[in-house]
Design a protein around this ligand. Structure first.
Ligand SMILES: Cc1ncc(COP(=O)(O)O)c(C=O)c1O
Length: 433
């Protein structure tokens, strides 16, 4: 048996979550203010204040509060499509017949908007240094698809990617960036000698206030920009694209994507605690790192000189030679217990048995059934069709699937006590016995 139970450890009475909302009290005050003043709508003071708070914090001129990060990403992607290819007919997307390069290891909400806008996502492989888009693979993608004008990039688990290199490549190829900072609010990156917030590096930037994020509105998202025209356009599209007429008049397709003033009250109440949440998450990351220093595993990596993550999720990756056999199909997983070895499937099972929530690494988009026919580009070029029954070619390069196979997200809830975290650390040790 690989997992051998330590004496005296019992399942947690209260579940230890991956990342759950942490409320402080002011949220209710601002929600009540909306109620008491009857601004129970998609206009009101909470929305205005929240937009100002976030724009100032991130260092952009304009923020537009929306119903979800996904809504922000959709309108950002649409805006980029209009910029490069012009306005689409009402029944067609702005990216029709165009390729878009996209982070491969991300949540599908980052890249579904490419499909909403009829574009063709081309997935760019991941690098091992930050688990984000590999600049080398992006460069290769521009060699293969030189006409591409848009890149959607995400910062996984709150760790900034190689922003400087990625921006430089995009600049050289005349491509715009949609930056998905949904998971990385509060993370910083050093660019041209200046520390800046993620959510300010793209031409179109998005954050999320989903219930599991570093601060939450229970739901919600935001579009961030320095362009007044873009902010005005997104605000217009998000409120059904009304024209200035006494009646409902529409020249463009509209959406019902605006944030509610009640939700904005929650975000407004959460905002002052953003830095506190980041400090708590960082302490969790450091405690895991220290606790696992004697195991054949590493924490999710980041560039210590050029970035400060928000440490939203603590993750680990198991050394190749310490992996027990593990197979996964589209919905199930099996593993072999092996002495001194373990795998994500075993560790996640043990955590669940002890009432703690971990999660597999986000499965790469190029391996998702819905996107399996889309192109996938690695640092070596085309990532598909690299095997041959008659010629031994070794394992094809696929960093994302390797991290998916060997990595996992650990319980990272900022309400977890050090004592509870010590139990998690001990359980992971028990998996490697
Ligand atoms: C990377 C990433 N992008 C986009 C989203 C979508 O945000 P929302 O849930 O607010 O729509 C999420 C999370 O939910 C995410 O993790």
């Amino acid at each position: 048996m690989a997992f051998k139970k330590s004496d005296g450890i019992r399942p947690f009475e209260n579940k230890i979550w991956l990342s759950s909302p942490t409320m402080h009290g002011d949220e209710l005050k601002y929600m009540k203010e909306a109620f008491d003043t009857n601004w129970m709508s998609t206009v009101g003071r909470n929305i205005n204040e929240t937009e100002t708070l976030l724009a100032d914090y991130i260092g952009v001129k304009y923020a537009v509060a929306l119903s979800a990060g996904t809504a922000a990403l959709h309108l950002a992607t649409k805006l980029a499509g209009e910029k490069h290819y012009g306005q689409a007919r009402p029944n067609a997307g702005t990216l029709d017949k165009h390729t878009v390069f996209a982070s491969d290891m991300t949540f599908d909400a980052s890249i579904n908007p490419i499909a909403y806008e009829d574009g063709e996502a081309v997935f760019i492989d991941t690098e091992y240094d930050t688990w984000n888009m590999d600049p080398e693979a992006l460069e290769k993608a521009f060699e293969i698809y030189p006409d591409t004008k848009l890149v959607v990039l995400a910062h996984l688990y709150g760790t900034p990617g190689k922003i400087e290199e990625l921006r430089e490549i995009c600049r050289r190829h005349g491509a715009s960036i949609v930056e998905d900072a949904a998971e990385s609010l509060g993370a910083e990156y050093l660019l041209d000698g200046e520390w800046k917030e993620t959510g300010s590096f793209g031409d179109y930037n998005c954050i999320s206030f989903n219930g599991n994020k570093i601060i939450t509105g229970s739901s919600g998202g935001m579009f961030l920009t320095d362009s007044k025209d873009d902010a005005d356009k997104v605000r217009k599209w998000s409120t059904q694209s009304r024209e200035a007429a006494p009646w409902y008049q529409h020249e463009e397709i509209g959406y019902n994507y605006r944030m509610s003033n009640v939700i904005a009250g929650v975000v407004r109440g959460q905002f002052p605690y953003l830095d506190e949440h980041i400090a708590q998450k960082k302490a969790i990351y450091e405690r895991y790192k220290e606790g696992f220093s004697d195991l054949p595993v590493k924490m999710n990596p980041y560039d210590e000189n050029k970035s400060v993550p928000n440490f939203w999720l603590s993750c680990m990756i198991i050394d190749e030679d310490a992996m027990c056999a593990q197979v996964r199909d589209d919905s199930r997983a099996l593993y072999n217990s092996e002495t001194g070895k373990s795998c994500p499937t075993e560790i996640l099972k043990v955590l669940a048995d002890y009432n703690a929530e971990g999660r597999p690494i986000w499965k790469p988009m190029h391996a998702q059934p819905i996107y399996r026919t889309h192109a996938f580009i690695t640092a070596k070029g085309n990532g598909r069709g690299q095997s041959n029954a008659y010629i031994e070619k070794g394992r094809a390069l696929d960093v994302g699937m390797d991290v998916f196979a060997r990595g996992l997200c650990l319980p990272s809830d900022n309400k977890m006590t050090p004592e509870e975290q010590d139990v998690i650390i001990s359980l992971v040790h028990d998996c490697f016995r």
